[in-house]
Design a protein around this ligand. Sequence first.
Ligand code: R5P
Length: 222
Amino acid sequence: MNAKKLAGEKAVEFIKDGMIVGLGTGSTVHWSILKLGELVKQSLTIKGVPTSKQTEQLAKELGIPLVNMSSIEQIDITIDGADEANPEFELIKGGGGALLREKMVASISKRMIVVMDETKYVAHLGKFPLPVEITQFGWEMTSKQVSTLGCEPKLRVENNLSFITDNGNYILDCHFGEILDAKRLNEELNMIPGVVENGLFVNIADTMVIGNSDGHVEIIHK
Ligand SMILES: O=C[C@H](O)[C@H](O)[C@H](O)COP(=O)(O)O
């Protein structure tokens, strides 16, 4: 059983006619977007707000009407994936580099539904290195300052080149070990000049839809 597909498709059941829907990024929410595309072709009327260029392209191909974030006040529901989630509904996101737009979209959403397979649901965050988006300007200095919080930041590289986000920034992947105070780390990271945003989502998600390879889906509400 494809656990990501199970979770991704299940979450779409929360979407109702007329909603403005935040469209996350990644291989799990991919299934939600495909499903939404199918439903839109039938009769569902929604407007999507994409969290990355990749998602924007997919939504356009599927005929999902899109709306610019600047022209709306609020999003009804955002569906998005996560790299890790704990029972406190704290997340690590940004494995695909989309964390900034994802956090902006989630922050104006009445509800954020996280879709994942069971391997992402962990007791403590931190096995997955925390993505931190930083400006290209002065990145070495920013990296040094991030390291003082207790990690060895690694500049993300893709195809032998520095990875560049949709916003023209770099990503540092930061191994902090077990993250016991996500709220504090989130604040400390974002206080560093040069840090644009980090992948910790604290007090943002309200529902988790977890697909299991044995075929069952668990839904947990905050
Ligand atoms: O930047 C990427 C996003 O935060 C993704 O939602 C996250 O990495 C999970 O992706 P996937 O569902 O592909 O594991």
